[in-house]
Design a protein around this ligand. Structure first.
Ligand code: SF4
Length: 334
């Protein structure tokens, strides 16, 4: 393009843009007196015509000449950039204490007793075991109390084999109260630990007849005064027969599965119960224990649990799982 011609960017072509600009400024300088200060170009003319652009340019503001060295010193940063960088700096965490390593942040994010995780476990238990109750055969509060005492260190199936004949032979609490422990022993022998269990059943019957008018008491404190009755047995009777949720039944299944599911890290049943009472909604205390006991019988065995069939699998990080799609936690075990 010849020197002095306007190119499509509104500048002068040729080897030196500055040379063309000088010509424009000279022409504008010569035209200034003739226009007599009354010339007001239309904005579109000023934009399209390089000559007029020079002409309307405010005094003291001239296009900057590029440095011969190529350095662009004293070039002010665009105001918009400054504003953006200030904004970014404000968002950035200041100081080392505010930066959280990624691994640490992930570790902190996992909370095994977070309400949403516990709610997920309860929901799946509801779907799996919607309507379960105590598996011990019984017709009265007293029969349930006897069956629960006999179920210690035994299975419900084993107890259910013994109790129908036992309750036919001794149909009331008074009939049991009239026995000596030795007389009862042969009838309950197959349930194991029969000497201790015999003492507990006969002692409980005598106390109920003597102190509670032959009626099984309906509150935790009175139940705990009976021989052979601890919180687990009392919770079974209160929850299953009287529908009173005074606590959570903690038996061998509840202990094992609560630890596997990281609902507790305790091993003492009293402490496990306290942990469960803190995280399980009160209205679920009775049903939750039944569901976990059934889960222990059906899938979550003490040895070789059937994790591959377990609907809780992806919520469970138990170290002794037999199959897993999630990371296992070495502290989460029975
Ligand atoms: S995944 Fe396995 S260990 Fe975990 S609750 Fe289910 S059966 Fe038990």
């Amino acid at each position: 393009m010849p020197v002095g011609r306007v190119n499509d960017r509104g500048g002068y072509g040729g080897s030196s843009g500055y040379f063309g600009l000088s010509i424009g400024r000279t022409i504008a300088h010569q035209m200034r007196p003739r226009l007599n200060g009354n010339f007001k170009p239309e904005p579109q003319h000023a934009n399209n015509c390089p000559l007029l652009r020079c002409f309307v340019m405010p005094r003291g503001v001239t296009p900057r000449r590029p440095a011969r060295s190529g350095r662009q010193d004293r070039v002010a940063r665009a105001p918009i950039r400054q504003a953006q960088s200030k904004l970014l700096a404000a968002k950035r965490p200041r100081g080392r204490d505010q930066t959280v390593p990624k691994a640490q942040a992930t570790r902190r994010a996992y909370n095994p007793i977070a309400p949403e995780r516990v709610a997920g476990i309860l929901k799946r238990l509801d779907e799996l075991y919607p309507d379960v109750t105590c598996a011990l055969t019984h017709a009265t509060a007293w029969e349930l109390l006897v069956a629960t005492i006999l179920s210690a260190q035994s299975t419900d199936v084993n107890v259910n084999r013994v109790t129908p004949e036992l309750f036919r032979k001794y149909p009331t609490v008074e009939a049991f109260a009239a026995l000596t422990p030795e007389q009862l022993e042969p009838d309950i022998r197959s349930t194991g630990f029969f000497r201790n269990k015999s003492k507990s059943v006969v002692g409980a019957a005598k106390k109920i007849v003597a102190d509670f008018g032959g009626q099984v008491p309906m509150n935790m404190n009175d139940l705990l005064t009976l021989p052979g009755v601890a919180r687990k047995t009392a919770n079974v009777v209160l929850g299953t027969w009287f529908k009173i949720a005074d606590g959570v039944v903690v038996d061998t299944h509840v202990t094992r599965i609560s630890r596997r599911l990281e609902l507790t890290t305790e091993s003492d049943p009293k402490d496990i119960e306290q942990d469960l009472m803190r995280i399980i909604p009160h209205e679920k205390w009775i049903l939750f224990a039944h569901q976990i006991i059934w889960h222990g019988r059906k899938l979550c065995y003490a040895r070789n649990p059937k994790c591959i069939d377990c609907p809780l699998e992806n919520l469970c990080h138990a170290a002794d799982k037999t199959w897993s799609t999630v990371e296992v936690h070495k502290h989460a075990k029975a």
